[in-house]
Every structure is written in C-alpha cells, then in structure tokens.
Design a protein around this ligand. Sequence first.
Ligand code: XIL
Length: 397
Amino acid sequence: MRLTFTSKKTNIKVFIAALALLSTNMIACKSSMEEDLAPSTQQELSVDNQGATVDNSEMATYTSSKVNFVKNSTLKSSFNIPIGIAIVKERLDDPIYGSMVAREFNSLSSESNMKFGNLHPEQDKWTFSKADAIVAFAKKNNMRVHGHTLIWAKDSVQPKWVKNFQGDKKAWDNLLKTHIKTVLAHFKGQIVSWDVINEPVASNGALVDNIWLRKLGEDYIYKAFKYAQEADPSVKLFINDYGQEFGGKKMTTLLGLVTKARAQGIRIDGFGFQAHTVMRIDPAKFYNNFKRTADAGLLVHLSELDISVRYQQGDTFKLTNDIATQQAAAWKGIVKAYLTAVPKAQQFGITTWGASDKDSFFNKGYKNADHDYPLLFDNNYNPKPAYKGMIEAGKGI
Ligand code: XIL
C-alpha cells in the first residue's frame, strides 16, 4: 500500500496530534449520550459536528492507489457468508461501478429503489423498472438480493398519496396489505429476504410515531410480517433498525416485538443492525447486542455498515492516513465482533451502505465528497485501508 507522508517531522507532529485527538474523543465519548455515537441521518451527523474543529491541513493526506487491492483476494472471497452492498440503479450504468460491485460482493440491497414511494408512487401506479434492473444485475452476476424496505416507520418518507389517504382502519389495513403482497408477488423467487419494517423503535423504547402506528396501532408491525409471510413463506423477514448496539430500552422493545409476534404465530426471522456508526465506537457494544439477538434465535444482518470519520472535523476535510488507519481498525473490530458473537447459521451477512465515499449517504446534500469518508472505497473506487481491515477480519488475521 502506498501512502504519502510529507516529512518525518510532520509525521511525529501528526502522531502526537492523533493521540491527543484520540484521547479527547475517548473522553468526549464517555461523557456524551450513547446515541451521539450512532448518527443515522445527516441531521444527526451535523449534531455530531457541534464539537471543536481541528485544523488538519498539515496532516498527511490519504492518497488513493491501486496497490491498495489485497493480492488474490476480494471481499466476497475472504468470507464464507454473503457480503453485500447497497446499490442504486442509476449508478449501474457506470461500468467501473458495475464491475467493482460484481467483483467484490455477492449480495445486493437496494439503497432506495425498492422503498415504498419508489415502487408505489400513487395508489394505482407501480414502478418496478429500476428495482427490476437491480434484480437482473444480481441474477447476471450470481448475487443474492435483499429487499429494503417494505414499510419505513417515519412520516417524512411516506409518499404524498399515503399521507393524504383517507379511510377507516379497514381501508388502511388493506392499503398495507396491498402494498406488501403486490411487492412480494412481483419479486417472488428473486428476492430472498426483506426488511419488512425499518426503524420502528426509538432509543427510549417507544414505538416511533408514524402514520401506520396512528392508523393501525402496534398491530401494523405484526400485520406487515403476517402479510409478507403469507405472500411468500420462503422469504426471510427482518426488522431493520439503528442503534441496537447500545442495547437499552430500544433492544428490549425490539425483542419484545419478536416475542409478541411469535405468540400470535407470526414469524420475525431476524434483525438488521444498520450500523451507521463512528470510529470511536467500542466493538464490544456491537458484540453484546449481536449476541443478545442471536440468543433470541434470530438471524443477524449487519445491514448498512459504514463508519463516519468526521467527528470534530469541519464541514469539509481531507482524509488523512492516520484517520484511514483508525477507520480500518474500527471496521475490522466491528466485523470481528459480528463473526464471533453470531453463530455461523445465524450470520445472514454483512452489507455496506454503498461503495465509494463520494456516493455515501453521509455526503448527500454536501457539495463536495470531502465531508465524510465512511466507506471501503475512495472516490475513484480504489480500496481504502478499511477494505483491507474487512478482509483481515474475514480471514481471521
Ligand atoms: C438513505 C439513502 O442512502 C439515501 O440515498 C436516501 O436519500 C435516504 O435513505 N437508514 C436506512 C436507509 O434504512 O434506507 C437510509 O438510506 C439510510 C438510513
């Protein structure tokens, strides 16, 4: 791996600065609310940016290089479980992107093309073509497809027609059922698993307020799983959420939903841990809650992994060698925690939320892709040190 350093003197300064930064981070981390460590949306990320800014203009800047590839290895060849990536149909037209996806991964999630409003933009209108293109790409390249997501428990993401829908409980129930059954029927035999409900539980353990909860009560969750199960009994069904690594009331409620579903004969097969996380997270937090989930007999999907590196940075910054190296260690730590905490039969796979930093959803809405560097590949689709960290975790190095 070729990384450029400016000079030895700068190097020492960088090392000391990095150590100081690391210990400040650790202190800040202890005193901060645990949830601060799990920025799930851009807004939360900018909250994370309230701290002091660091001038790292003199730090050694990470430079991309093709040599970062690990000889004779790819991500998928380094693991014996599915290794996934969230993709966007529009990017498949870029041959560099397409070939990187096919070379490195053997499982696909749809980053947005399968969300409610994208498949079902009006009550009687269905738009499957982009999602179908993802499925066709997967088929061509021998990849598994994981569906994301049937119902997202958040008002802001509901299509306008759903927000404006008028009807009694029965009509809302029918709307939920029609959406789920139509989508599952369309993809029958092609999509092996679905995030049935996305982000249903808040960190205080309460169910997230959203239109489905208001119209159907807690039952919307069980009904969604029931309809999905009826539509295609062979599909694995997940609750996908963020912040489960902090355990607490959120995990208690999530596990409670599984117990209550089982009591009604409704199957919830697994939890997706989104893991939009940060470098300073202690992998033990993940370990404990992966284990708790596995102990409940559930599959565990590390479903949207990416690791933000911009804590206490300005709005834009250059990735440095030190930060890229710390990120690699964090990546390796979380993947190792997953592989050791979850029995093989319950390891559903590890999915990263995109490939290149430039396309990361952490950078969405920012003019340049130098806002954050959460993923395994740099702006030119060359692997970063984090890529090597993940491969090492897979190979048990
Ligand atoms: C994000 C996509 O990455 C963005 O491109 C889109 O604009 C909004 O949604 N948790 C989830 C994902 O479950 O669906 C979100 O994806 C990221 C957070």
